[in-house]
Design a protein around this ligand. Structure first.
Ligand code: SAM
Length: 264
């Protein structure tokens, strides 16, 4: 393989610690789903994934594609690996899903678009499990519980759409080449395939957390009449002084419906 220089613009931090790669494989969900990997990079994780599951991998970097094609010539020929050379976000824009059929997303994500990717995977009706490496701060946000200071719109959306979510383990910078500046974590979301949320709720949550340390009622005053809001808070038993992170996901969902419908 030709020497590859990691490109910052594509968030290339290659995972080189084989014990971490093995731990990822051991944490994979047990089911018959195919795997989708975003950003196979030099193929170290891909190499382990294809041993267990048929895999579709999306890679944007033209320079890496030729290497991957020669490294995985056999698996590509046998149809165990499908390599798609494109920006994964445009693939989602085009097809709404990354795979025709149930799949699990397992990847060491490019950190510069990790949050966006996870939100898209949560919306993708064919994606059943998400198990990805991201910077620790992002993993904590998606897995936070009510009353934790990190509980925000990301944690609420993930909670409303899942059966279960959590952090598997942390990974230090030295496990990568080049080493990122931050700590990383592998986390998972087991989606509840019967659930969906509408775009309006996302905007509502954005407004709810616009100033995270202020009162929720203050943040919502820009989109809802103050007296109506006081009544709705009373009906739902939400303390009028509650801060945004102190209200649970189910209450947010009910609050949104009442505000949208003008109370009822
Ligand atoms: N999987 C490899 C590993 O674990 O060593 C590489 C992970 S590296 C953190 C992120 C990978 O995502 C890189 O290969 C990068 O080129 C790729 N990537 C970045 N942006 C992408 C995009 N928009 N669509 C698809 N792949 C992308």
């Amino acid at each position: 393989m030709e020497k590859v220089v990691a490109k910052k613009k594509y968030g290339q931090n290659f995972l080189k610690d084989s014990s971490v790669l093995d731990k990822i494989i051991q944490s994979m969900p047990h089911n018959n789903n195919q795997v989708v990997e975003i950003g196979p990079g030099l193929g170290d994780l891909t190499n382990k994934l294809v041993k267990y599951k048929d895999t579709t991998a999306y890679e944007v970097d033209t320079d890496l594609i030729a290497n991957l094609q020669s490294t995985f010539a056999t698996q590509l020929e046998q149809g165990r690996l499908k390599l798609i050379h494109t920006d994964v976000l445009s693939a989602w824009d085009k097809n709404q899903t990354l795979h025709d059929g149930k799949y699990d997303l397992i990847a060491n994500l490019p950190y510069y678009i990790a949050t966006n990717i996870i939100l898209r995977a949560l919306e993708d009706n064919n994606c059943e499990n998400i198990m990805v490496m991201v910077q620790k701060e992002v993993a904590v946000k998606f897995t936070a519980q009510v009353n934790q200071k990190e509980y925000s719109s990301l944690g609420i959306i993930a909670q409303l759409l899942s059966h279960d979510r959590g952090i598997h383990f942390d990974v230090p910078p030295e496990a990568f080449e080049p080493a990122p500046k931050v700590m990383s974590s592998i986390f998972y979301i087991k989606k509840d395939m019967s659930k969906s949320i509408d775009k309006g709720l996302k905007d509502f949550l954005k407004a709810s957390f616009i100033q995270p340390r202020k009162k929720l009622s203050k943040n919502l005053s820009s989109i809802c009449n103050k007296n109506t809001l006081i009544d709705i808070f009373k009906e739902l038993n939400i303390n009028e002084n509650a801060r945004p992170h102190e209200v649970n996901a189910s209450l947010y969902s009910q609050l949104y419906t009442k505000v949208k419908n003008g109370r009822n």
